[in-house]
Design a protein around this ligand. Structure first.
Ligand code: ATP
Ligand code: MG
Length: 391
């Protein structure tokens, strides 16, 4: 199966890379080196080009190299949408803090980015999908659907903006100790929230209907014995026929006192269970790890089904966490997808198929240095890419 391929990656003032140009292998790329060298920073840059944001918590400001005003990351990518050059520029001090450039033209919206580079990231933090609160699982779901559907991303943005405006009005009313709430001001925002919520929920339901069986199947395949039934169910906060505008109107006082909207798609969750018991409470370490891996593999399969193309895979520090059987299964699923693997020890990938290997180390002034140590298998001739314009 064809896959998205990143032909070049360029960084400028991105984390501890003042400048970098990398021509990745279309197959397996291994980045190894000591802790803190800058391996994950490379995966993060690819994630930025896919979704306009980091896979780690934190602000865009933190990503720009210290002491610098602006940073950028760019990829030339070949995929279902043809060949494109994507750049994300971060300028935290300017009014428009983040701009996206597609084929050297400034895009009007961040949503225009979605779908050019699709990626799935596997990292040790995936365990929080099972262990922690609903926000981690919503993020997983949202990031997945955004990459398939830019309209979903726009719906989420409009929903969040309307919720923020409504929240500001309620905070103001509370501060003023108002005896009544300004219906004429609140109602339009509640109407937007309700309208956007309908399309958000419909898309979530649709994605979950396909994802749930895939995740259950992958869990079974990784666990190997048939005795564990893993389930992931969409856990809605808004009922299918519910009029959210009405619910919001009825809960204005509650929401004002709580300081947050108590109803809406921003409160939804995924319920994970094993043999009918909630995973968060009962699962062992290994079961948690298997469930997290199954959710990510299901995402990979969903992308493949919906787009007919393998996404780029980013495996951050996961090899050392997996036993041999899980590792082999994971690499078996990956097939021909372009993959970036980070690990501290080159031997973590020994015995697996051919890869291009880069050693990432720190210079004396704590900048990353990247050195190719193995070129990997020969690459079929590809047309040379032009360098992106960072100015
Ligand atoms: N904005 C920034 N400017 C300069 N350096 C930064 C910035 N943000 C992070 N760093 C540096 O980047 C390095 C961390 O990079 P990264 O997370 O990629 O490490 P890693 O190689 O993945 O390490 P580990 O093996 O521990 O996961 C640290 O040295 C950190 O100081
Ligand atoms: Mg790392």
């Amino acid at each position: 199966m064809r896959g998205t391929v990143i032909e070049t990656l360029r960084l400028k003032h991105f984390r501890n890379y003042p400048e970098l140009t990398l021509s990745p292998h279309p197959g397996l790329n291994l980045l190894f080196g000591p802790n803190g060298a800058g391996k994950t920073n490379i995966l993060e840059a690819i994630h930025y080009c896919a979704l306009g944001k980091s896979h780690r918590a934190g602000s865009d400001r933190e990503v720009v190299e210290r002491e610098e005003d602006a940073g950028a990351c760019a990829v030339t990518v070949r995929g279902t949408m043809g060949r494109s050059e994507i750049m994300v520029r971060l300028t935290p001090g300017e009014p428009r803090k983040k701009t996206v450039w597609i084929d050297r033209k400034k895009a009007e919206r961040l949503a225009d980015l979605m779908g050019h580079v699709r990626c799935v990231i596997f990292s040790p933090e995936d365990l929080s999908l099972v262990r922690e609160g609903p926000s981690q699982r919503r993020r997983y779901l949202d990031m997945m659907i955004c990459q398939l559907d830019p309209m979903y991303f726009m719906a989420l943005q409009r929903y969040a903006r309307a919720m923020e405006e409504r929240g500001a009005l309620l905070r103001e009313a509370r501060k003023q100790e108002a005896a009544s709430l300004p219906d004429a001001l609140l109602a339009p925002y509640e109407a937007i929230m309700a309208a956007e919520s309908r399309s958000i929920i419909a898309r979530r339901r649709q994605a979950m209907a396909r994802l749930a069986p895939l995740a259950a199947e992958k869990y079974g395949a990784i666990a190997g014995d048939g005795g564990e039934q893993f389930r992931v169910d969409y856990s809605p906060n808004v009922a299918e026929e519910e009029d959210l505008a009405r619910t919001l109107r009825e809960h204005r006082w509650v929401d004002m006192n709580r300081g947050a909207a108590t109803h809406g798609p921003h409160r939804e969750d995924l319920a994970l269970s094993l043999n009918g018991r909630e995973m968060k409470l009962y699962a062992s370490q290994g079961q948690v790890r298997t469930a997290a891996l199954a959710l990510k593999l299901a995402q990979l399969l969903l992308f493949r089904e919906e787009t007919g193309e393998m996404p780029v895979l980013l495996l951050d520090d996961v090899m050392s966490e997996l036993d041999m059987r899980r590792r082999t299964r994971l690499l078996g699923e990956i097939g021909d997808a372009q993959t970036f693997v980070t690990c501290t020890d080159e031997s973590d990938l020994e015995g697996f198929r051919d890869c291009r290997t880069c050693h990432v180390t720190l210079t004396e002034d704590r900048r990353a240095r990247l050195e190719e140590t193995r070129p990997g298998p020969p690459v079929p001739d590809a047309p040379a890419a032009e360098e992106p314009d960072f100015s």
